[in-house]
Ligand binder design. Structure first.
Ligand code: C2O
Length: 348
């Protein structure tokens, strides 16, 4: 399945009333674009993504500065924070159509594109941040809400004078509130300790019990010519969606910013949230290899591997990247470090 750039348009309004928005990217600078993605030089230093709660204030100040630099760019710049957030909006609201099937929407949620699309998105986001910072080995920290010490909104994001702040959030979920990985809009009355145990069991259930096959983890196949949203994998629904809903402002119709597709990327917490999701893809394969769960492997279907998405890179070039390109994080020159998987033994 291919995204067709030239058909990006104003989305149809979904069932919920959404405010008007337009989130198509700027036109490419040259008509020879998009160019095909190539992997980074294997001699590039390996970026190490670490958890927000242990990476340290100095490191978080870099992320804060990267966001401030993106926010300072004009909206016409594809590296601006405005355009970064719009990438997500365009891929999730029916703004794009499928190449060759102009009546059919491209949508990267609720199907087997969920993990690879978001990985590619963060790959470009991280490299743009590194370039703006002038720090070639900058790595995007992750919000590890799956380990007890990471189960609160990191305080850096709750400081109203920081570039990491977003006023459009649930005010009652500011730190030190413990995240509810099962949140669907109703407050639980668990104690912090009960909530932590509940979260660990949720992780076990979603990463292991409910994710024994590629389609159960990644989501259902979505091929060119088919209609979108064939069905999500377990982890996309929870904890991914639940953390989005928990963070957004539940008093608003669409739970903005984090709780709905068109606005989620406007919250600087979106990217560390997805950095953790990206890590859980690695974790799912690792647990499978360690325990002999033979279904914990990626699809090998060429319709998945050859599907592609469009992004602007750190040099403002429009690039077409395929799923095949994003299966190995070391080839993309990054890895995760700094936390374990305390939920692997939290069998409910
Ligand atoms: Cu594209 Cu967390 O959603």
């Amino acid at each position: 399945l291919e995204t067709s750039l030239h058909t990006c348009h104003k989305p149809k309004l979904p069932p919920n009333p959404l405010p008007p928005f337009y989130c198509c990217p700027p036109a490419p600078a040259s008509s020879s674009e998009p160019i095909n993605f190539t992997l980074p030089d294997p001699a590039e230093p390996l970026r190490v993504r670490r958890p927000v709660h242990t990476v340290g204030a100095e490191y978080m100040a870099k992320y804060e500065r990267a966001i401030a630099l993106m926010k300072a760019l004009p909206h016409t710049d594809p590296r601006s924070f405005y355009q970064m957030a719009n990438i997500h909006c365009a891929y999730c609201t029916g703004s794009y159509r499928q190449t060759g099937n102009q009546e059919l929407d491209m949508q990267i949620h609720l199907s087997w594109f969920f993990f690879p699309f978001h990985r590619a998105y963060l790959y470009f986001f991280e490299r743009i941040a590194a370039k703006l910072l002038g720090e070639p080995d900058f790595a995007l920290p992750f919000w590890s809400w799956d380990v007890p010490d990471g189960m609160r909104m990191p305080p850096e994001f709750a400081n109203s004078s920081s570039s990491l702040y977003d006023p459009v959030r649930n005010p009652t979920h500011a730190p030190p509130r413990v995240v509810d990985l099962g949140f669907v809009g109703v407050e639980s009355n668990r104690t912090d300790d009960q909530q932590i145990q509940y979260n660990l069991r949720t992780m076990y259930k979603q990463m292991i019990s409910n994710a024994a096959l590629p389609s159960l983890f990644h989501g259902q196949p979505f091929r060119a010519g088919q209609s979108d949203k064939p069905g999500p994998g377990a982890v996309e629904l929870s904890p991914h969606n639940t953390v989005h809903t928990w963070t957004g402002d539940i008093a608003l119709t669409n739970v903005e910013d984090m709780g709905t597709y068109y606005s989620a990327g406007r919250d600087p917490l979106f990217y560390p949230h997805h950095s953790n999701m990206d890590r859980l893809w690695e974790a799912w394969r690792e647990v499978g290899a360690a325990r002999g769960y033979r279904g914990h492997v990626d699809f090998t279907d060429p319709d998945w591997l050859d599907s592609s998405f469009l992004f602007y890179d750190e040099d403002c070039r429009l690039v077409r990247i395929t799923v095949r390109h994003v299966l190995d994080t070391e080839k993309l020159r990054y890895k995760f470090d700094g936390v374990g998987m305390p939920w692997v033994d939290a069998r409910p």
